[in-house]
Ligand binder design. Structure first.
Ligand code: PLP
Length: 421
């Protein structure tokens, strides 16, 4: 009994020093590095409280007021609040806040309306699409007949005429709009017109831009799409997780597809944290944040271009800057490694028509959601761009790496993170 009580009340540090120390090391990494991974962010401490809560003890299969377990009176209120907030934030008829991840949210949307062997038209992975948009090793590539659209080789932006042409030829059941590495605005009305013309259903995956949509600085795909899927952990600045919005006519199918179709019980700590995330994203301060994310990306982009770096599509409209490193004679893989050593976290990324393999690449994806959450503005983006330029010009020079790393740690220290943790 004594052991049980002590174990139940002990801190992680006391009970599992190894894991506790690694979490502390990760906190210190987040504080000292400049985080430019476009799909990452820093959540408010309140979000971590929901995630770390005793809600993890509860099972709640099913939907509010139709749960398969007893004792759900509080957790179903949490879920209802999350649903209502998501609907209000994006202007949707219906929301399902249970999907554990973006890939599962996509799976749920597809399974709601598609059968194995049906056709899907989605963006090529090597032009900016996501694995769950038809990669051969993903369930989408294994289950559906995939036709892929890409970007125009000249403009490096989505070629809507090509989308329309491919849609007419392949007559897909579903057209997917949305991407993981696309720095430009997406024209959802145009996608919907193509979908309507060929009798397809439009699924928009707004995982990357959900925060920009919530903040009113990117068009909202909801009025144009039958389904909208999203993660909550990117620009939306919420917990790792996802949700799906849909038109009223698909609500029943969607809910049945999420549970019992592809998931069992929802992760209630994440559902609570999603509710808080939707609340915060609906506040006026979030609009300021979202517009600063874009201003920071534009500033970072302009300064890197000034330094002679080529930016895919010639600029950015959102939070992403996609660099073509070929003129610097360095691969994405080597650049990611050198920048990491210099205290700047990024990820290698294929650029359209990339001659390098996916694990090497000629590109680097940068994004501003996380640095903006830390309070950085255009001035700091200029310092970061200088640092990136220096490292890319001398990736093998240990002195350069060391001095940039010290500068970046100093910059990080000027924007304190999680002081109360
Ligand atoms: N959709 C898009 C456009 C993404 O960029 C991602 C993740 O990067 C996902 C879906 C998948 O999200 P998750 O990693 O939560 O499965």
């Amino acid at each position: 009994m004594a052991y049980f009580n002590e174990m139940m009340e002990a801190s992680l540090e006391h009970l599992d020093a190894e894991i506790s120390a690694l979490i502390s090391s990760e906190l210190s990494r987040q504080r000292t590095h400049i985080e430019l991974i476009a799909s990452e962010n820093f959540v408010p401490r309140a979000i971590t409280e929901g995630l770390g809560s005793i809600l993890t003890n509860k099972y709640a299969e099913g939907y509010p007021h139709k749960k398969y377990y007893g004792g759900c009176e509080f957790v179903e209120q949490i879920e209802e609040i999350a649903i209502e907030r998501a609907k209000k934030l994006f202007g949707a008829d219906h929301a399902n806040v249970q999907p554990h991840s973006g890939s599962t949210a996509n799976q749920a949307a597809y399974f709601s309306v598609m059968k194995p062997g049906d056709g899907m038209l989605a963006m090529r992975l090597d032009h900016g699409g996501h694995l769950s948009h038809g990669h051969p090793l993903n369930f989408t590539g294994l289950m559906y007949k995939i036709t892929a659209y890409g970007v125009n080789p000249e403009t490096e932006t989505i070629d809507y005429d090509e989308v329309a042409h491919l849609a007419r030829e392949s007559r897909p059941k579903v057209i997917v709009a949305g991407a993981s590495a696309y720095p430009r605005r997406i024209d959802f009305a145009r996608f919907r017109a193509v979908a309507d013309e060929v009798g397809a259903i439009l699924v928009t995956d707004m995982a990357h831009i959900a925060g920009l949509v919530a903040g009113g600085v990117h068009d909202n795909p909801t009025p144009h799409s039958q389904f909208v899927t999203s993660t909550t952990h990117k620009t939306l600045r919420g917990p790792r997780g996802a949700f799906v919005l849909c038109n009223a006519e698909y609500a029943r199918d969607l809910d049945r597809t999420v549970f019992p179709g592809v998931q069992g019980g929802p992760l209630l700590p994440a559902v609570a944290a999603k509710a808080t995330c939707f609340k915060l994203a609906g506040e006026p301060e979030f609009k300021v944040y979202a517009s600063q994310v874009i201003k920071n990306a534009s500033a970072l982009c302009a300064k890197l271009q000034e330094k002679g770096l080529r930016v895919v599509s010639g600029g950015t409209d959102n939070h992403i800057v996609l660099l073509d490193l070929r003129s610097r004679k360095i691969t994405g893989k080597a650049a990611e490694k050198a920048l990491e050593a210099a205290g700047i976290t990024t990820n290698k990324n294929a650029i359209p028509f990339d001659p390098e393999k996916p694990m090497v690449t000629s590109g680097l994806r940068l994004g501003t959601p996380a640095v903006t959450s830390r309070g950085m503005k255009e001035e700091e983006m200029s310092l970061v761009a200088d640092a990136i330029d220096e490292v890319l010009s001398a990736a093998e020079d240990e002195n350069v790496i060391r001095t940039v790393r010290a500068r970046m740690a100093e910059l990080g220290a000027a924007f304190p993170l999680y002081e109360s943790i």
